[in-house]
Write a protein that binds this ligand. Structure first.
Ligand SMILES: O=C(O)CCC(=O)C(=O)O
Length: 298
């Protein structure tokens, strides 16, 4: 039987079977241009679950080609982003320019329910003991953020590391290096992030953020004309991936509690914790500590 994939990692999930991460670069028609990972759930092979090379070979033999497995509905491809109509709301001036609208829709992606309630609990359980020891700062030194506390993390427990890796696999192509440190930003209910562009000295093309505890509204404003803007609905549990055009040409901000509305509907704001993964800038060492150090405020 033809085996056109390679098994990179596998683990047992209860009595059910195993999850195998399969590298499918060059095989799966949908993934020719990027290195996606497939998660394949295979039942009935527990007895083969050892980590000897022979067992791995046996596992490979017990699978058909990736395409056949996909046909049986056993393969989950990484999630597709939500429809831009649902999460983007363009103001009149931006809405009139089809080119700008399309470019935003291509470079500001939103994945609803990227994490589950259990994932949120697991992440908060690891973060809260540290965050709760910090005071909310009333204002960042350059006035970009109000009522927030923050930290950076490179080490996570196993479960949470899995969540961070899912973000990285989705947001960054294989030739792009993520920053090792993940930025955690805890905005109080009355907190805001004012319009800014992350420094190109410290952050590359992509900013990917999970929203925990509360939904919120992010506003993207054309940097050269702040009256051209679009609102992005960031629901609790979602992941946004902002890159290239949206990341460089637009400032981004998180609206205050009183301005938090989408398409005319109030979006209640509460304390919001975001977990933000970035990639390395084209050159130089980066630390997320410095992201706000050199920002372009409107
Ligand atoms: O909390 C967020 O999701 C946005 C954070 C932010 O403004 C940034 O990382 O530059």
């Amino acid at each position: 039987m033809e085996k056109d994939f390679s098994i990179e990692k596998y683990t047992q999930i209860g009595d059910f079977g195993i999850i195998i991460l399969v590298s499918v670069e060059k095989i799966f028609p949908l993934t020719l241009t990027c290195d996606l990972w497939l998660v394949t759930v295979v039942s009935g092979v527990n007895d083969q679950l050892t980590d000897t090379p022979d067992a791995l070979d046996a596992l490979k033999r017990s699978l058909c080609s990736v395409q056949q497995v996909a046909d049986q509905g056993a393969v989950k491809i990484l999630p597709e982003p939500g429809s831009p109509d649902v999460y983007l709301d363009f103001n009149k001036r931006l809405g009139e320019n089809l080119d700008w609208k399309n470019k935003i829709a291509e470079t500001m992606l939103l994945y609803p329910d990227f994490v589950s309630a259990e994932d949120e609990q697991s992440l908060m359980k690891e973060l809260e003991p540290y965050l709760s020891r910090l005071h909310y700062e009333t204002s960042h030194w350059d006035d970009a953020i109000h009522h927030y506390r923050e930290t950076e993390r490179s080490k996570w427990n196993k479960n949470n590391e899995g969540i961070i890796n899912r973000v990285r696999r989705l947001a960054f192509p294989p030739n792009v290096s993520p920053l090792k440190l993940v930025h955690v930003l805890d905005l109080a209910k009355n907190g805001v992030i004012k319009p800014h562009v992350d420094s190109v000295r410290f952050c590359g093309t992509t900013i990917a953020g999970i929203s925990l505890l509360s939904s919120s509204i992010m506003r993207l404003r054309l940097e050269e004309d702040k009256e051209v803007y679009c609102d992005v609905l960031l629901p609790r549990f979602s992941l946004y991936v902002m890159k290239d055009y949206a990341r460089f040409k637009y400032t981004h901000e998180i609206m205050s509690e009183t301005e938090s509305s989408f398409k005319g509907e109030l979006v209640p704001r509460d304390r919001r914790v975001s977990i933000i993964c970035r990639n390395e800038p084209a050159s130089g060492d980066a630390s997320t500590n410095d992201i706000f150090e050199e920002i372009r405020l409107l």
